[in-house]
Design a binder for this molecule. Structure first.
Ligand SMILES: [Zn+2]
Length: 147
């Protein structure tokens, strides 16, 4: 997804984004020449679509999802639509109560994906128990503030 400043004929750059708790995504693009800004606001389903297409959020490409997963999440909105089995040979971290609570506040349609991002992060760092501190650390390192 790209925006073009018509006046300058320049491609606008991604300036900021936000993923508030209600699942909406706001992205701001600015023109490098005239600094005109446009904001894109998407509803939760569009956010899901954007995320599933691998749009970079905070410098990290979210895991790309096959379209059939997108379709199944549209049909039923299953919370575990994006939950995969952990990669073979990796530890399977568990979640402490506070971290589980925090995960519960993530919109259901992206919860599985968010859970997998944190689980993969913990597995890669050989962290056995996911706590809110681990989630903060992962968000900082992965550039996922707001998730
Ligand atoms: Zn411009």
């Amino acid at each position: 997804m790209k925006f073009l400043c018509v006046e300058c004929d320049r491609q606008m750059g991604f300036a900021e984004r936000e993923l508030p708790g209600d699942g909406t995504l706001a992205a701001v693009f600015t023109c490098p020449a005239c600094h005109r800004a446009v904001a894109m606001l998407t509803n939760p389903m569009e956010t899901q679509l954007v995320a599933s297409l691998g749009v970079k959020i905070g410098g990290r490409t979210l895991p790309q999802q096959p379209m059939e997963l997108l379709r199944s999440s549209m049909e039923g909105g299953r919370a575990d639509a994006f939950a995969d089995a952990p990669p073979a040979g990796k530890a399977h971290p568990s979640w402490d109560e506070a971290a589980k609570e925090r995960l519960e506040r993530v919109p259901a349609f992206v919860r599985g994906m968010v859970q997998r991002i944190y689980t993969d992060y913990a597995a890669e760092h050989r962290i056995a128990l996911i706590t809110p501190d681990v989630m903060d650390q992962a968000r900082r390192e992965l550039g996922l503030e707001g998730m």
